[in-house]
Structure formats: C-alpha cells, structure tokens
Write a protein that binds this ligand. Structure first.
Ligand SMILES: NC(=O)c1ccc[n+]([C@@H]2O[C@H](COP(=O)([O-])OP(=O)(O)OC[C@H]3O[C@@H](n4cnc5c(N)ncnc54)[C@H](OP(=O)(O)O)[C@@H]3O)[C@@H](O)[C@H]2O)c1
Length: 293
C-alpha cells in the first residue's frame, strides 16, 4: 500500500499545500479537519489539480477530545498504521477565549489537541515513521514561555502574542522531546517553521475586510504565500536523511521566506527539563499517560 500521511487542518493554507505535494508523490493522504463542507471542497480541488483519488478526510476538531478519539478509532480501523503525521492545524486569534476544556484556545488547539492526538495515535506509527510539528518564529519571541502557574491567563493580563507564542513554544518543546524519546529507533520527530506567509490565518486574525486591505501591503515587505510557506514541511517529509530532532525553516532574511534548510531553536525550546515538565503537565491535563515504547 502507499505511504500514508495524516495532516491536521489540511483544508486550506499550509496543510492544503502539503497535501497537494504528498499526493503528487504518491502518498495516501488523510486530512484531519473539523469542517465537512470545507473538506469536501478541498478534496475536489486536490483531485482536480493532482488527478488522483487517494485522499480523504475524517472529521476531527483539535479542541474537542471526543472528536479526536473518534478520529483515531476510525483511522485505526481503516488503516492500522501511518508513515507521516503533520501536526499542522492551528489558529492566531484576535480575542481571548476559552475552550470547553477550560483552556485558553491557542494552547488547546495549537498544542494540547495535538499532544492528545499523538498520545492516542503513536502506537500506529510505522517503524520508520515521521512526526512533523508546526513551530513558528514566535517560539523565539521574548514573551514566549510556558506559564505553568497561569496557563489559561486567568490571573495575569492576556496578550495575544504571549498566548500564541506559548502554544507554539509548547508544540516545539513537544517535537524536540518526542525526538529524544524516539532515540534508538528509526522513527523521527522534526520541527518545522514556515517563515511568514499570507494564509487564511491572517485574514481570520485581522477580519475579512481589513485582511484584504492589509495583507497585500504586508506582502510588499517580503512575506510568502502558502505554496512557498509549505516548502519546509514538504522538504522535511520528502528528504529522507534529515536527522531526528531537526528544526527546518526558510533560509532567507530573518527566516521569513526562502529555500528550506536547518534553523536554530531558542534555548528554551532545547531545555529538556522544561520539555519533561510540560509533558508531565500535559498528561495531567489530558488525564492520560503518553508513553513512547
Ligand atoms: N502562516 C504563517 O505565517 C505561519 C507562521 C508560523 C506558523 N504557522 C502555523 O502553520 C499552521 C497552519 O497555518 P496556516 O498559516 O496554513 O493557517 P490557515 O490557512 O488558517 O489554516 C489553519 C488550519 O487549521 C485548522 N484549524 C483551526 N482550528 C482548528 C481546530 N480547532 N481543529 C482542527 N483544525 C483546526 C483550520 O481549519 P478551518 O478552516 O476549519 O478553520 C485550517 O485548516 C498553524 O499551526 C500555524 O500556527 C503559520
């Protein structure tokens, strides 16, 4: 059977472009999306462009634990194993909000939903399987930290970038810690950042109308589009000798865009003690042990 790739949030943006590239390489692609209508449209587009049939979607909402469990049960009964998992789905939100898990939404969607998904799914990874986690330059921001004493910003002042960067630092710490736990096997965990690229993430953040005016202006300052932004993800998947634990991103000025290559993580992202503390804390939040055999 073809190699099987799962991509979260693949109906648009970087996830969609990654799905397209993998389909053209012969992968069977399973999109883990939260919206059926958008998924059907994306699949139609992918089939039209790629002239292939080996793509499907299964519903999964990263902030809804039962939907993650249902996705994993359905995926495992249909396929039993996967070769590539891309922890891609995510959001940059204009306002403070909590999910029904009583967690700040960036943290729950961008990070903890993926941690939960991975904890249920990694028994099905193939022997040479690969997990890609979507980091961001935001993990290096001065405000980026894991606020264990107030993870949902209920006591302290909420700042959007503090919350987004917390979620992206968390997913990066996860990707690096997973690489440590994969050591001695042929499995790999690679962290990727796409630079800065004009996807729906910004029109959702600025609103449809402001986004339409603002983004073309911002484009003039050298940001890329989704096709270019997805190249580090695609490169990390299709290049077989990228070492476990690498951080891949664009190589141009300030790493905003350019050809993919090796990038450096912040000191915090490499902090093994912090990563282990976050792993244990995340296990408490999901109410499950996440053990890598
Ligand atoms: N664009 C950039 O410059 C940039 C920079 C650094 C990192 N990133 C990261 O790249 C990833 C992809 O972003 P993008 O730029 O491609 O943005 P995008 O076009 O807005 O795509 C985001 C995807 O995530 C999905 N998603 C959002 N909330 C979800 C949830 N609760 N459950 C399941 N799926 C959910 C969206 O689904 P719906 O369409 O149904 O909402 C969509 O498919 C994100 O993790 C983002 O943080 C992007």
């Amino acid at each position: 059977m073809d190699k099987i790739a799962i991509i979260t949030g693949a109906n648009t943006g970087l996830g969609f472009e990654t799905a397209k590239a993998l389909l053209l390489e012969g992968y069977y692609v399973v999109m883990a999306n939260r919206n059926a209508g958008k998924s059907k449209m994306a699949i139609k587009k992918l089939k039209d462009i790629c002239k292939v049939d080996h793509v499907e979607y299964m519903i999964m909402d990263l902030e809804d634990r039962p939907s993650i469990e249902a996705f994993v049960a359905k995926f495992e009964s249909r396929f039993g194993r996967f070769d590539v998992l891309v922890n891609n789905g995510g959001a940059l939100l204009p306002k403070y909000s909590l999910t029904k898990n009583d967690l700040e939404r960036h943290f729950d969607v961008n990070y903890l939903g993926h941690f939960y998904l991975n904890s249920l799914l990694l028994d099905s990874i193939s022997d040479e399987g690969l997990v890609i986690s979507l980091g961001s330059l935001a993990h290096k921001m001065e405000v980026a930290d894991i606020h264990f004493d107030d993870i949902a910003f209920k006591k302290s002042n909420y700042e959007k970038m503090k919350a987004y960067s917390q979620s992206k630092l968390a997913l990066t710490l996860y990707g690096v810690e997973l690489a440590r736990r994969f050591e001695g096997t042929n499995k790999r965990s690679i962290i990727v950042h796409p630079g800065v690229c004009n996807t729906d993430i910004f029109s959702r953040y600025y609103g449809k109308y402001l986004g339409k005016i603002l983004m073309p202006i911002v484009n003039l300052f050298g940001i890329s589009g989704p096709k270019e932004g997805a190249q580090p993800i695609i490169h990390a998947i299709l290049t077989s000798n990228i070492p476990n634990g690498s951080f891949i991103g664009p190589q141009g000025k300030k790493e905003w865009r350019g050809n993919p290559g090796f990038c450096s993580l912040s000191d915090k992202a490499k902090d093994g003690i912090l990563a282990k503390k976050l792993w244990a804390y995340s296990e408490e939040l999901i109410g499950n042990k996440f053990i890598i055999d």
